[in-house]
Design a protein around this ligand. Sequence first.
Ligand SMILES: *Cc1c(COP(=O)(O)O)cnc(C)c1O
Length: 379
Amino acid sequence: MIEFNIPPYVGKEMDYVREAAEVNRKICGDGPFTKRCHAWLEERFGANKALLTTSGSSALDMSAILAEIKPGDEVILPSFTFSSTATAFANVGATLVFVDVRPDTMNIDETLIEPAITDKTRAIIPVHYAGVSCEMDTIMAIAQEHGLLVCEDAAQGVMSTYKGRALGTIGDFGCYSFHETKNYSMGEGGAICIRDEKLGERAEIIREKGTDRSRFLRGQVDKYTWVDLGSSFLPSDMNAAYLWAQLEMADEINEDRLATWHAYNDAFADLAARERIVTPTIPAECTHNAHMYYLKCRDLADRTAFIAHMKERGVGCVFHYIPLHSAPAGLKFGRFHGKDVYTTADSDRLVRLPMYYGVTLEDRATVIESALEYFEQNA
Ligand SMILES: *Cc1c(COP(=O)(O)O)cnc(C)c1O
């Protein structure tokens, strides 16, 4: 069986976890490995401030608190995304205003944002689907004109860029995920990037249960106390140690995934040219991280048959995202603004092929041959 996903593992993870436990004797949050990860994220991505969190979801939770979203405020986001994008803002009482995606990237259609703005709108949440950037110049310009915050859900976008800038560092906040299904992993984990230096200090407080413990540890205050909202959003240093092994190998992991992505994309180019399927579009101003390789079949029936065919050949393919606006919580906490032209129709026909660090050449060939066989039999 060729799995759809295998969590990344480079080999040094357990050595570093052991080092945290036996050498550093520091396993709670903000130990030496966490600090290394922070410095790496800040240097590599040019982030003003990067903080590890317990998940991508908790990074989004932190950004909703930092944005001071209040009950009744509105946030604009795509419906075609993972539930956490929405939950973080629903948790603080926001009304979710979903808009349609662009069919080429499956990202929020930037031309539909402005018509959805009301006097209650406070933030825009672009999701960089498959690690391919949203049209950030347009989104940032709309935000500036209307005085809105931008919180990038860059859970899938670690190591991707837009016009040379790392995803997650363009908006006011950027949220990464290091879940085992993502390109770099610590089991469960994530990070938040904060652009405004002044908010960086508040982020440290929110992440440390609402206390100024980080300032205390730096010797900036002589005792620490409860000063703000927050929770325990910081991961154990053992998890950071695990992640550190993969950040050290970030380029190797990225190149390996891209090689698989390009092998798929080359193999399916003819079918795409003949319009039997649709393959992903990478806009010229974007570099991506091969988080995902997907195809769009003709419709739901075609996709169901494709997945069954691949399964018979021992290849795990999956689909995802029941559009949030039609999910029970989406109906309760949000509304769809404008027409749903692509969100539902394209989520019904999109299928993801096996993609992880270390897909072997043999497995790549099996995936490609099995898929080509299906489309030959179902021309
Ligand atoms: C994975 C993911 C998340 C949540 O990340 P976790 O680390 O699993 O909490 C949020 N948004 C998107 C788009 C994701 O893909």
